[in-house]
Ligand binder design. Structure first.
Ligand code: GS8
Length: 216
């Protein structure tokens, strides 16, 4: 019997986008089920009873949670097709470090900025810009974070390319002017079909963020 994959997700989730891109990179066919986070399905609550969050990837009935862990799982079960993590153990640890940095220093600070107000928003902006500066330094003059090929760190970070517009609008700065290497990297990644297929229109993300903001 063929392997069965089901992804529980919501469209604007940068974490879900990671998994969608990885599935395409790995050539894995998957059923997609959209969740409503305001009324979570019994399936989501059953599959991710601890965090109750998306994405959840269900492989032959067995759930996996946490996007970076899901990416590593997909890489392990499909090693030969579009490898995501480098083969060298030190380089693998290095890539995991940067994926974790995105989760700790980009996503929460960006959210604090677009969802926050006043001093909180300013503090979020300051931290986000610091985080983006560090990412720009890590990318340097390489085409991708790992060097010549799209890999784990690119995949962890690229969904935020769809969020950059929201960051620019709510933080009143320009990615192109402040972080030209990241802006060019984002465009480079968008040339990959797996990425352009999975990243929503940045204006849609902005509308979603502004609508959410009213309820936070
Ligand atoms: C984060 C998942 C998450 O925050 C990962 O998969 O990498 N560390 C996890 N998911 C959000 C949607 S995206 O903002 C979520 O499911 N939120 C529902 C809730 O908090 O109730």
């Amino acid at each position: 019997m063929a392997d069965e994959f089901v992804l529980l997700n919501v469209g604007p989730s940068p974490f879900g986008m990671r998994v969608k891109i990885a599935l395409i990179e790995k050539g894995i066919t998957c059923e997609h089920k959209d969740e409503n986070l305001a009324a979570k399905s019994p399936l989501l609550l059953q599959m991710n009873p601890i965090h109750k969050k998306v994405p959840v990837l269900i492989h032959n009935g067995k759930p996996m949670c946490e996007s970076l862990i899901i990416l590593q799982y997909l890489d392990e079960i499909s090693k030969d097709k579009s490898p995501l993590l480098p083969s060298d153990p030190y380089q693998r640890a290095h890539a995991r470090f940067w994926g974790d940095f995105v989760d700790k220093k980009i996503h929460p600070t960006g959210r604090r900025m677009w969802a926050g107000k006043g001093e909180d928003q300013e503090a979020g902006k300051k931290e986000l810009l610091e985080g983006l500066k560090v990412m720009e330094g890590e990318l340097g003059d390489k085409p991708y974070f790992n060097g010549e090929t799209f890999g784990f760190v690119d995949l962890s970070f690229v969904p935020f390319n769809a969020w950059f517009y929201t960051y620019e609008k709510t933080g009143d700065f320009s990615m192109e002017a402040e972080f030209p290497k990241l802006a060019a990297w984002g465009k480079r990644c968008m040339q990959k079909e797996s990425v352009s297929k999975c990243l929503p229109d940045p204006h849609m993300i902005y509308d979603y963020a502004m609508a959410r903001r009213k309820h936070i």
